[in-house]
Unconditional design. Structure first.
Length: 256
């Protein structure tokens, strides 16, 4: 059977490409299983400093696989805890960038939001169209979209099921930058190589600290940040980074 997630490694960056062109990269159980297995292995690899998650020019992913879900009963969904497996992807500790071209709908938009940030091609289209199917987002859309773009826009998207283009997505803060479609992978790779070039423990805790802002009070978050900041002084790379600055040379990070 064809692989539904293709992996390519370049130096310290690994790209995970969803590969179901016949279904606009709809996320079925095979994609989930392969994504989890491959991403978890890369996450555990100290030689990998950043992940890129992407799809095709036409679709990042057009959602969860509707045909796979269609016949399921409430009890099937309940006992399988359908979609819960994706939490494992969201929790990966290596920084991950979503490089989105074309459709990022339903579970596709939700998968992109599980990444640390989204770089969008000018062709990207985001949406949570589940309402048109008689359901609602099930992979985090109602929660992550609201936190990402605020109540007004999130309600608009979730209740009308409309799509937003890349420009609107950038205006409302869903994506960090827009690039020409043919430059998408180069730009994502450049950003990933920058991140992967830093000390991995510091990028891992940097993203943990930002994520903490969405889980806790400001006082607790500030306390957490300071504790983690102090913790980095136990690394080789903190000494190396600061010494290199003082000695006007490039740091030689060992990722420890
Ligand atoms: N699940 C299963 N198959 C899908 C799919 C999906 N989410 N999206 C597209 N496909 C399939 C189509 O059925 C079609 O297959 P066939 O050729 O075998 O008929 C193929 O991909 C190409 O799709 P279209 O012919 O529809 O392509 P288009 O260019 O005319 O339209 C589109 C593109 C507007 C994205 C349209 O495909 C569409 O609306 N897709 C569904 C989007 C959607 O509702 N996503 C939410 C899914 S539910 C969900 O994600 C729940 C959750 O919160 C996790």
């Amino acid at each position: 059977m064809a692989e539904t997630v293709l992996v390519e490694r370049k130096g310290r960056v690994a790209t995970l490409r969803i590969n179901r062109p016949e279904a606009l990269n709809a996320l079925n159980s095979a994609v989930l299983a392969e994504m989890l297995e491959k991403a978890a292995a890369l996450d555990a690899d100290r030689e990998i400093g950043c992940l890129i998650v992407t799809g095709s020019e036409k679709a990042f992913a057009a959602g969860a696989d509707i045909k796979e879900m269609n016949e399921k009963s409430n009890m099937d969904m309940f006992y399988d805890d359908f979609f819960a497996g994706w939490d494992g992807f969201a929790k990966l500790r290596t920084p991950k960038i979503a490089a989105v071209a074309g459709y990022a709908l339903g579970g596709g938009c939700e998968l992109a939001m599980m990444c640390d940030f989204i770089i969008a091609a000018d062709s990207a289209k985001f949406g949570q169209p589940e309402i048109k199917l008689g359901v609602i987002p099930g992979m985090g859309g109602s929660q992550r979209l609201a936190r990402s773009i605020g109540k007004a826009k999130a309600m608009d998207m979730v209740l009308t099921g409309r799509m937003m283009d890349a420009a609107e997505a950038e205006r409302c803060g869903l994506v960090s930058r827009i690039v020409a479609a043919d430059a998408l992978m180069d730009e994502a790779m450049k950003a990933a190589e920058i991140i992967a070039g830093y000390s991995k423990p510091s990028t891992m805790v940097a993203k943990e600290a930002v994520d903490r802002a969405f889980e806790t009070s400001l006082a607790e978050g500030l306390h957490y940040e300071r504790r983690v900041f102090f913790g980095l002084f136990a690394t080789h790379d903190q000494k190396e980074g600061m010494s290199a600055f003082a000695e006007k040379r490039k740091p030689d990070f060992r990722h420890e």
